[in-house]
Design a protein around this ligand. Structure first.
Ligand code: CP
Ligand code: NVA
Length: 309
């Protein structure tokens, strides 16, 4: 995309406010074009590798579909049937793969893994989720807010539940784009301290953590949640079910928000835990439009990062 520097996309803070707005503007155009069936194939001859060390439905399928719609190809690499699973060093894998392909999406555990990969890769690296961040999802979430409400600046967003990778990326988004964010998380399950400190330092909006979900939900324009146990935390599932009791988006909590508040969830959801079936299927939910928008936002990201100048 004109005016945007080619680079890796590992966190929301890798992007300036202007870059995010340029992505959103182009996403609107791409979505409209797609709805009208107008083909757009700027990535003919380009290949995207997807390295996934965790499960995925949306991220994998939306990136693969995005790439095909843009005229390119994809190669899916799971750790179990590549040398990655047998311990080949990241710095070697990065240098080799980036000689073959034009871009790499990685979903893994430690954020240091994508950082090291990006350091050694000559092709752009896109974070498809780490334990610490989920930037493509949160860019999509904010795009969806703007699509539904007209703007995100000045809104109050509430995060209910775990201070996880999604919460961290939301904190960076609120700081960069200027909306208020109140996170309600149980003690001991707060977002990353360093991310929070940096985001607050740069923010012109309010970003705070509370423990009572009702404080976060009160007069909110956006209610947002995620699973109580993320991938990699399966052993803690039962313990977390107890800790997070009360951190559920249900109709009582929704009543505290603004009447036309939108309800978001990155999915997959555990209905009856962090969100009720009723709210997910209710009129305030934008959850499936949000999921669809992964495709449109990521098409813009791919064209920007992979297209030859
Ligand atoms: N929201 C999201 O990233 O979903 P997947 O885990 O299915 O990719
Ligand atoms: N926090 C969740 C997000 C899944 C898209 C996880 O990391 O499992």
């Amino acid at each position: 995309m004109k005016g945007l520097e080619k680079k890796h996309l590992l966190t929301i803070f890798d992007l300036s406010k202007d870059e995010i707005n340029a992505i959103f503007e182009k996403t609107r155009l791409f979505k409209e074009r797609q709805k009208r069936g107008i083909p757009h194939n700027p990535l003919i001859g380009k290949t995207l590798a997807l390295i996934f060390e965790k499960a995925s439905t949306r991220t994998r399928v939306s990136f693969e579909t995005a790439m095909y719609q843009l005229g390119g190809n994809t190669i899916f690499i799971s750790q179990k049937d590549s040398q990655i699973g047998r311990g080949e060093p990241i710095k070697d894998t990065a240098r080799v793969l980036s000689r073959y392909v034009d871009g790499i999406v990685i979903r893994t555990f430690g954020h240091d893994i994508v950082e090291e990969f990006a350091q050694y890769s000559s092709a752009p690296v896109i974070n498809g989720l780490t334990d610490l961040h989920h930037p493509c999802q949160v860019l999509t979430d904010v795009f969806t807010i703007i699509e539904k409400t007209g703007n995100c600046k000045g809104l109050k967003a509430a995060w209910i539940g775990d201070g996880n990778n999604m919460a961290n990326s939301w904190i960076e988004a609120a700081s960069r784009l200027g909306f208020d964010l109140m996170l309600a998380c149980p003690e001991g399950y707060w977002p990353d301290k360093n991310i929070m400190e940096k985001a607050k330092k740069e923010a012109q909006s309010r970003i705070e953590i509370v423990t009572d979900p009702r404080d976060a939900a009160k007069d909110a324009d956006v209610l947002n949640t995620d699973v109580w146990a993320s991938m990699g935390q399966e052993d803690e599932t039962e313990k977390r079910k107890k800790v997070f009791q009360g951190y559920q988006i249900n109709s009582d909590l929704l009543r505290l928000a603004k009447k036309d508040a939108i309800v978001m969830h990155c999915l997959p959801a555990h209905r009856g835990e962090e969100i009720t079936d009723e709210v997910m299927e209710g009129p305030n939910s934008v959850i499936f439009d949000q999921a669809e928008n992964r495709l449109h936002v990521q098409k813009v990201i791919l064209e920007w990062l992979l297209k030859s100048n």
